[in-house]
Design a protein around this ligand. Structure first.
Ligand SMILES: Nc1ncnc2c1ncn2[C@@H]1O[C@H](COP(=O)(O)OP(=O)(O)OP(=O)(O)O)[C@@H](O)[C@H]1O
Ligand SMILES: [Mg+2]
Length: 690
């Protein structure tokens, strides 16, 4: 009865609508945003005959309203508000018809994706989510970021008591302490699996397993080896039956590179504890833990994220949810692109990348993950299939076919995603609506900045509850040279380290010359630095027959040793950083103004932008370390979005193979001719001082 009355009511409203001219519609929409909603009713109410008849009759007017409302998603909005009445609902924004858009709290035990190109507002959407006290009182949220941009969340009054910011050094974790006594075997299996998954070292898994069993076997009860001690033990050949087995040497090398990469990037400090209950305390209390890891290798980032996820997952598997006070966990991987790309699936032995693997498993353990990649079409399939919700802040240059399939959208909606304003995002949350909707969200404001002292103070409160035991001597009772080696570093090595920090673009031969060392002395000093994890050697092809140039890149451990503290120029890893510095040196500072990580439009960033002070000519430089397709897409975007009359482009390629791939790609289409004329490809080696 009531529905009949209601539909008559609507009928009369729409009859009025049908009489209006275009100008009148314009005015009405301007003054009455609810009208757009009316139009959506006309489209969606398929069960109502009157409405459908009217829709057919007034097609022109309705499409005019839809156009005026500038929202191609309007047909997707439901008639009534979603279940916002439940306290468990987290609002992210509102649609143009004033419907609340968001996610349910319990959905976060599953997985989610927030995707969009750089600068499109992914982190801003995340900030809106993380500042909801409802979430932080119920969940342990661990956010892993590569920048310091979330630090000020601790200054938001509603959540500041619940928030701590950690750096790698603050996380005092024993790498091999089992969840409970008697679970060594399981712990060792887990650690080996995590290392194998994140560094793609599946062949070496059994070797490492064997070695870890040996080292634990020789230890006193309750004392566990530190990472440095493990590295030292793995590199020793004493007492091995197969001393000169070539295959075993390869496996050893393979294990050592992974372990050393962890030590170099995260610093030995983090794992230098015999035991600590930090992770148990962390996962047994609700709140927000922000883990800031600046400029670390993507593989090590994957390792640490997976280690933490596996740690909690295994704990719940062995001892049940009660062991962690039943607190569900949410992991957030901001800037996660390298860990969740399709390539990760292709490289993995089981056909599913490390992050995808743990994400799909951990649903049963009350543990969810939100990954924040730059594009959806390049994100690993298992991750997309397991996502409970997908938010897209923008999409440019992504495969239209894939995107339409993933998000269930039409051509018009896809076009809209490309030109979407910064304060809008798409949300596909099938739990609430069958189809994706658009929502508006405000910029995130927080005036205060958390000082280092305040950060440490708030962290101290958390650390009060944690019992950390420092490392004990190694298995055989002698001093560990892994950590003790730091004190005995010879003077030439420290000098060389300082020289590399001051001028990272010197080739090793130039470095020896500068330090006044002959080749043999130079090699010895360099070996000392690389063996102890203070620096790593990288080789770059010069493009000349078989030519290679070596450079040293100082690791986090090395920087700490000499107290080198400079803000990184770019957001990339150490190799990217070195290349950015080297390219910068190529420009005469008196004529050129250099900017790093420059924002050239609201959503595009360039690694280096050089502007000639006199002629105002600009050179945009990108350092190509990822895939050739991505680099090409970036340049096409730059070309489309900036005035390029006085701008030229340079792509600095990692090696000749990458340059060949890129140039082959660029030749493929005639319409890229303009880019071909403006773009020059160079090699990193061109900028290295010999
Ligand atoms: N709703 C909004 N209205 C206006 N400006 C916004 C809005 N959301 C974000 N911005 C601005 O856009 C810029 C980039 O946002 P954000 O850092 O969230 O992007 P991102 O996608 O995380 O980029 P990256 O990939 O580099 O991490 C910020 O400076 C922010 O002020
Ligand atoms: Mg971001």
């Amino acid at each position: 009865m009531t529905s009949e009355k209601e539909s008559k009511n609507r009928y009369s409203q729409k009859q009025i609508l049908a009489q209006l001219s275009n100008q009148q519609i314009k005015n009405i929409v301007k003054n009455n945003p609810q009208l757009a909603r009316l139009a959506s009713l006309l489209l969606t109410d398929t069960a109502d005959e009157h409405i459908q008849a009217l829709y057919k009759m007034n097609m022109d007017q309705i499409s005019a309203i839809l156009k005026l409302s500038h929202d191609p998603f309007i047909g997707n909005y439901p008639h009534s508000n979603p279940p916002t009445a439940f306290s468990s609902f987290i609002q992210l924004g509102k649609t143009s018809t004033d419907i609340t858009a968001g996610i349910d709290l319990d959905q976060l035990c599953r997985n989610g994706i927030i995707s969009g190109p750089t600068g499109s507002g992914k982190t801003t959407v995340l900030k809106h989510l993380l500042t909801k006290p409802d979430l932080l009182y119920r969940y342990r949220v661990v956010v892993i970021v590569r920048k310091k941009e979330l630090r000020h969340l601790a200054c938001v009054p509603e959540i500041s008591p619940l928030t701590q910011t950690f750096t790698a050094d603050d996380l005092a974790v024993s790498i091999m302490q089992p969840w409970q006594d008697g679970y060594h075997k399981q712990m060792i299996n887990m650690l080996c699996r995590v290392i194998a998954l994140s560094f793609n070292k599946f062949a070496a898994q059994n070797f490492l397993n064997e070695k870890l069993h040996q080292i634990v076997h020789h230890r006193p009860k309750g004392a566990y080896p530190t990472l440095s001690q493990i590295i030292e033990f793995v590199s020793q050949r004493n007492g091995e039956k197969y001393k000169y087995n070539y295959r075993r040497e390869q496996l050893r090398e393979s294990c050592l590179t992974s372990l050393k990469a962890i030590e170099d990037n995260l610093g030995a400090e983090m794992w230098n504890y015999s035991s600590s209950d930090m992770l148990r305390i962390l996962f047994s209390t609700p709140g927000l833990a922000i883990l800031e890891l600046e400029g670390i290798d993507p593989q090590v980032l994957a390792f640490l994220s997976i280690y933490l996820m596996y740690w909690r997952y295994s704990c719940v598997q062995f001892f049940g949810r009660k062991s962690l006070s039943q607190i569900p966990a949410l992991f957030v991987l901001d800037d996660a692109t390298p860990c969740v790309q399709m390539q990760a699936d292709k490289n993995a032995a089981g056909g599913i990348g490390p992050v995808g693997d743990i994400m799909t498993m951990s649903r049963s353990a009350g543990q969810g993950t939100i990954v924040i990649p730059h594009s959806l079409d390049n994100t690993s399939q298992p991750i997309i299939q397991n996502a409970g919700f997908i938010a897209v802040t923008a999409s440019r240059g992504e495969s239209p076919y894939k995107l339409k399939n993933i998000l269930n959208i039409n051509d018009e909606q896809l076009d809209y995603l490309r030109t979407m304003p910064q304060n809008e995002a798409l949300l596909y949350n099938p739990r609430h609506f069958d189809l994706p909707i658009l929502f508006k969200y405000p910029p995130f404001h927080c005036q205060n900045i958390l000082s280092e002292t305040q950060r440490k103070k708030s962290l101290q409160k958390f650390l009060q509850h944690v019992h950390i035991k420092p490392a004990v001597g190694p298995a055989n009772g002698t001093q560990s040279s892994g950590s003790a080696g730091t004190g005995q570093i010879p003077q030439p090595a420290t000098d060389m380290l300082k020289a590399v920090c001051n001028q990272p673009n010197l080739s090793v031969t130039a470095l020896y010359r500068k330090a006044g060392l002959n080749a043999a002395q130079g090699v010895r000093t360099k070996k000392h630095l690389t063996d102890n994890g203070f620096a790593r050697e990288f080789k770059y092809s010069t493009g000349l027959a078989g030519g290679m140039l070596s450079v040293l890149i100082v690791t986090a451990k090395g920087k700490k040793l000499i107290g080198h503290k400079h803000r990184p120029l770019t957001n990339g890893g150490p190799e990217h950083e070195m290349a950015a510095y080297a390219v910068g040196c190529d420009f005469d500072k008196a004529i050129w103004h250099l900017g790093y990580e420059v924002k050239i439009s609201k959503s595009l960033r360039i690694d280096i932008a050089a502007t000639n002070i006199q002629s105002r000519h600009r050179v945009f430089i990108n350092i190509g370390i990822s895939r050739a397709e991505n680099e090409l897409r970036h340049f096409l975007d730059y070309l489309a979005s900036v005035n390029t009359a006085d701008t030229s482009f340079i792509l600095v390629c990692r090696d000749t193979r990458f340059r060949r791939q890129f140039l082959a790609l660029l030749k493929k289409r005639p319409e890229w001719k303009k880019l071909r004329q403006k773009l020059r490809c160079t090699l990193v080696a061109d900028y290295i001082k010999r």
